[in-house]
Design a protein around this ligand. Structure first.
Ligand code: FAD
Length: 393
């Protein structure tokens, strides 16, 4: 039997960070993970460069049923605190866009930093360890695992969400929550590409590989980044962002000329080059292959510009400004970056992440009903929630 002060289940971003914090306070800490390899998601993140935080992170960049829940943790450990730590380790980084900070070299640098922080703090990390049973007694928790029995005073659940099962994702954390009487909000895939109905897919798959500036809107929120046509459907940052807000059956509206007035541009072209075909005029703003495919798909006739009389030129422009698409669904957890929903924050302290009615039990990171936008916000939540729990476990 092994006895420690703190057990953290899940050696991902939140779990490792929390373990290091607790270890620094002199607590004995064991981190247990069932995966063969530690930190798989970190290594894959940000296309291998880990978008480790966002300079503009605030509680407004998170989906959570309680809009105020994230405020305390995000202010106790901010993006600037994590940036200082990254700098302390001499990890070179850059802003890619919109405040998103990526490693110059590799996500391996972030994982090595976390493991080194754990090592310095004396926190041990054990992989390939299945937790079979958890029991709570008066003085703490007893865990039966595939590597023997453990006892601890504080138990931190950092097992993440359901996305990317190949990297070790499991519903374990939700089951522990339910075991101790906490509610779990329904989960679904977030930051995930859309799949399309057959009639859209048959046409749009031909555009595979084309990326366009666009804003995507749904349920009173818009994201202006870009979209990418793929052979399975639609992806790209604006699509991933809006997928977290989209409900099945709804349409998403895309503005495919988001930073200007397409009618004004077409009208100018009509004045200066009345004999030019619409497709050629549009080719000034979009790839030719896109224009050729999309005009018939949108039911727009391709004629010389002078033939668009009355409101018809404006109608063409509006078809690009307000393209409505009803996705068939999403690619699901297989490719989703995050899981929406999770352990209900009403049952947790926003200051420490401790379960309000179960002394010594904590939930941190993505397992909770806190989901960040695309852009480094999810890792910031892992650091901030892991930090605050790490100060008190
Ligand atoms: P995880 O990092 O998922 O860690 C959970 C750990 O728990 C895993 O090690 C898992 O093996 C372990 N575990 C699960 N079940 C059990 C069990 N039953 N027993 C023991 N251990 C268990 N976010 C960003 O902010 N920036 C990015 O660049 C970014 N890129 C991403 C790219 C991809 C491909 C994906 C999938 C996600 C990306 N994310 C990104 C999201 C981010 O990775 C997660 O939000 C973050 O890792 C959550 O941290 P976590 O510690 O809560 O969970």
């Amino acid at each position: 039997m092994k006895k420690v002060d703190v057990i953290v289940i899940g050696a991902g971003a939140a779990g490792l960070f929390c373990a290091a914090q607790a270890g620094k306070r002199g607590r004995s800490v064991a981190v247990l993970d069932h995966a063969k390899r530690i930190g798989g998601k970190i290594l894959m993140s940000g296309g291998g460069r880990c978008n480790f935080t966002n300079m503009y992170a605030s509680h407004e960049n998170f989906l959570c049923d309680n809009k105020h829940f994230c405020k305390s943790a995000l202010s106790q450990y901010t993006q600037w605190d994590f940036i200082s730590l990254v700098a302390e380790y001499g990890i070179a980084y850059h802003e890619k866009t919109l405040g998103q900070l990526f490693c110059d070299d590799s996500a391996k640098d972030i994982l090595s930093m976390l493991l080194s922080e754990c090592d310095k703090a004396g926190a041990t990390v054990t992989n390939q360890c299945d937790v079979l049973q958890i029991e709570k007694g008066d003085s703490g928790f007893t865990l039966q695992t595939s590597k023997g029995e453990y006892q601890c005073e504080s138990l931190v659940i950092a097992t993440g969400g359901l996305s990317m099962p190949k990297l070790g994702a499991s519903p374990f954390g939700y089951k522990v929550a339910e075991q101790f009487g906490l509610t779990v909000k329904p989960t679904r895939a977030g930051l995930v590409p859309f799949t399309l109905h057959e009639q859209d897919k048959n046409v749009l798959a031909e555009l595979s590989g084309i990326s366009l500036d666009a804003s995507a809107s749904c349920n009173d929120i818009s994201f202006n980044e870009n979209i990418l046509f793929t052979h399975r459907g639609l992806s790209g940052p604006a699509v991933l962002q809006i997928s977290s807000f989209w409900e099945p059956g709804q349409a998403v509206e895309f503005d495919l000329y988001p930073n200007g007035d397409l009618y004004e541009q077409l009208h100018k072209a009509q004045q200066s080059q009345p004999d030019v075909l619409l497709s050629n005029a549009l080719a000034a703003f979009y790839p030719k292959r896109y224009v050729q495919t999309v005009l018939p798909y949108l039911g727009i006739e391709n004629k010389p510009l002078k033939q668009y009389q009355g409101k018809s030129l404006n109608e063409v422009a509006q078809a690009f400004h307000q393209w409505q698409l009803k996705p068939n669904g999403t690619e699901g957890y297989r490719t989703a970056e995050v899981t929406l929903g999770g352990v209900d924050t009403d049952f947790l302290s926003s200051k420490t992440m401790e379960a309000k009615d179960v002394k010594g039990l904590y939930f941190i990171g993505e397992v909770m009903d806190v989901t960040g936008w695309l852009g480094g916000y999810n890792f910031q939540w892992a650091w901030s929630s892991g930090y605050v729990a790490g100060q008190v476990v």
